[in-house]
Design a binder for this molecule. Structure first.
Ligand SMILES: NC(=O)c1ccc[n+]([C@@H]2O[C@H](COP(=O)([O-])OP(=O)(O)OC[C@H]3O[C@@H](n4cnc5c(N)ncnc54)[C@H](O)[C@@H]3O)[C@@H](O)[C@H]2O)c1
Length: 310
């Protein structure tokens, strides 16, 4: 699949554009908002320059990638003879339904439609399509041009062959696809993030520690291991010679005690919201938001370089 359509060119769409362009593919970019669309090209260029600065791309490859990206004026132009569309429009069933209907009118029958949706259900999104077998969720993690994870979630009408094709495609492009066997809101990664976030808010709201210390307890401890191991493998090692079974048998009960004491909120209390926003200002003051993003991206790239070294 050589011809890639970026449908929706905001934060995620512009990053996807730089990812596909850096792979040497032909990328067309469309957004209903003209200003966003024009800006997307600058954002994508800046992303590519970032990859050059990190030595993940040569200046020649960047030139090639930039020349492979072009803005288009209509959905029709985006979709004519397209192979693969990465849809990143606003997270809203009605808006996605409109663009999906248009996709079907203008795209070739063989084109695949992948949605970046963070938490909507593909079964519901694809219900407006006459040929739903070729649509699936391909959920990235921000920023997709730097983070390898992509969660593939079929809807009830997605063909198994579509999932297989997209999995192999992303593997070839250097991504790390994971496949969900069934749909759940938030897929895998955002559900895990939601659990950690709720507890981060609860610890703050209950006055257990400051924003700074709660975040430090994550990134100076478990976060370092999470770059290379998930919770299951971590606790396999945590059980020593007895492995995961021993960990569950001996330490599992303590976790049950923590779970009993933890919040099970399903909405964020106003007090937690206020403390989180105010407490995080202290971090922000050290750098501007864009400086923090650049700092994050440089570290992300370097961590992955280390992980690739084996
Ligand atoms: N922000 C994140 O961290 C993140 C991470 C992973 C996935 N996502 C998912 O990516 C998608 C986009 O999120 P975002 O953060 O980039 O949002 P965003 O608001 O930055 O971008 C959405 C863009 O869609 C455009 N749009 C709306 N209707 C359109 C239409 N009919 N045709 C073309 N373009 C249209 C808007 O003009 C806007 O520029 C969402 O589904 C979201 O769940 C977001």
């Amino acid at each position: 699949m050589q011809e890639i359509g970026i449908l929706g060119a905001g934060l995620i769409g512009a990053s996807w554009a730089s990812f596909f362009a850096a792979q040497g593919l032909n990328v067309r970019i469309y957004d209903v908002n003209e200003t966003v669309k024009q800006k997307a090209l600058d954002v994508a260029r800046a992303n590519l320059q970032g990859l050059v600065d990190l030595k993940l791309l040569t200046p020649e490859e960047m030139q090639h990638a930039v020349s492979n990206m072009r803005l288009v004026d209509s959905l029709q132009e985006l979709l004519a003879e397209i192979d693969f569309v990465q849809e990143s429009v606003i997270e809203d069933y009605a808006i996605k339904a409109d663009v999906y209907r248009e996709f079907e009118q203008h795209a070739p029958d063989t084109a695949i439609l992948a949605s970046s949706s963070s938490g909507l259900l593909m079964t519901r999104i694809q219900s407006v399509l006459k040929h739903p077998a070729r649509a699936l969720i391909a959920h990235p993690f921000n920023p997709p041009h730097l983070i390898p994870l992509v969660e593939l979630v079929p809807g009830e009408q997605t063909a198994a062959s579509t999932v297989e094709t997209v999995k192999n495609y992303f593997l070839k492009l250097g991504k790390h696809p994971v496949i969900l066997n069934k749909e759940v809101p938030g897929h895998i990664a955002n559900r895990l993030a939601a659990a950690v976030w709720r507890e981060s808010l609860a610890l703050l709201d209950e006055g257990v520690a400051s924003v700074e210390d709660i975040d430090a307890a994550l990134c100076q401890g478990p976060g370092l291991r999470w770059a290379m191991m998930g919770q299951h493998l971590i606790y396999e090692l945590g059980g020593g010679a007895g492995g995961y079974q021993k960990f569950i048998d001996t330490i599992g009960a303590s976790f049950e005690e923590y779970w009993n004491d933890m919040q099970t909120w399903t909405s964020i209390p106003e007090s937690a919201k206020q403390k989180a926003v105010a407490g995080t200002q202290a971090y922000l003051k050290q750098k501007s938001r864009s400086e923090w993003a650049a700092w994050r991206d440089e570290k992300l790239a370097r961590i992955q370089q280390v992980l690739r070294e084996e």
